[in-house]
Design a binder for this molecule. Sequence first.
Ligand code: ZN
Length: 285
Amino acid sequence: MKVLISADMEGTCGVVSWVRVMPPEGTAGEPTSQTEYERARLRMTREVNAAIEGALAGGAEEVIVNDSHDGMRNLIPEELHPACRFISGNDKLLGMMQGADLAGVGAVFYTGYHARAGTPAAPLAHTWTDWLNDVRFDGMSTGEFGINAAIAGHYGVPVTLVTGDDKAVAQTREFLGDQIVGVAVKEGISTFAALHLHPARAIALIRDGAYQAVAAAALASPYILDSGATVELDFDHQARADQAVLCPGVERAGERTVAFRPGDGLQLCRTFRAVMKLAGIRMSP
Ligand SMILES: [Zn+2]
């Protein structure tokens, strides 16, 4: 069995600030700190390496890492575990789940994941961007962990590991089931504060969790989006919904809400990402 690691960054131990996760060419228009970002990407890479080590010790035949944060060029190639192959760059159909369609992939691991938009006491909690207030599958609120699980599920691949802050772990397990191994590397205090483990301790726990998560794949079920499921997106502004309905199949469902029925996880990926492109307009001249 091969393992795909979807490596996000906000849930990395020690990270509580956007400046730590925005590369200098970041898209948010925020000032960035080269030093803080460089430290955080090294810690992110080390946490991914711990997951690779655990996966290989647990019997995975190969580990493929998909850089899943921002421009998706955060992992430091020469610092990565030499046994892995890795995907970098942003132009990829499956986004954070690129690689789930590769032959032999039997489990997805989430590393560095964060809680869904609106979650209190959860560092850098958001869903995709800072202007999407909620995502619901048939009325159930979810985050990136749910969207990505549905994409992986389309290819029959279950998620079996999540590492990140305590709320990210709890929400992922609540949404996808207790069979998912969870490793909390920090306890959220607020959006920009957390009580962290020492990074070395976080790495040791991630290695152990990844080891267990290989075995968990034998019992885990992929998350299959119901073929009739309604997906709703709440934006922060009605103008975004005006744009989103230009996407075929997407209807207005409220002042700042749109809805669509993707039918399966791949169509969810296509429509969601198209809507997010359309709705990502500048709100002021
Ligand atoms: Zn991210």
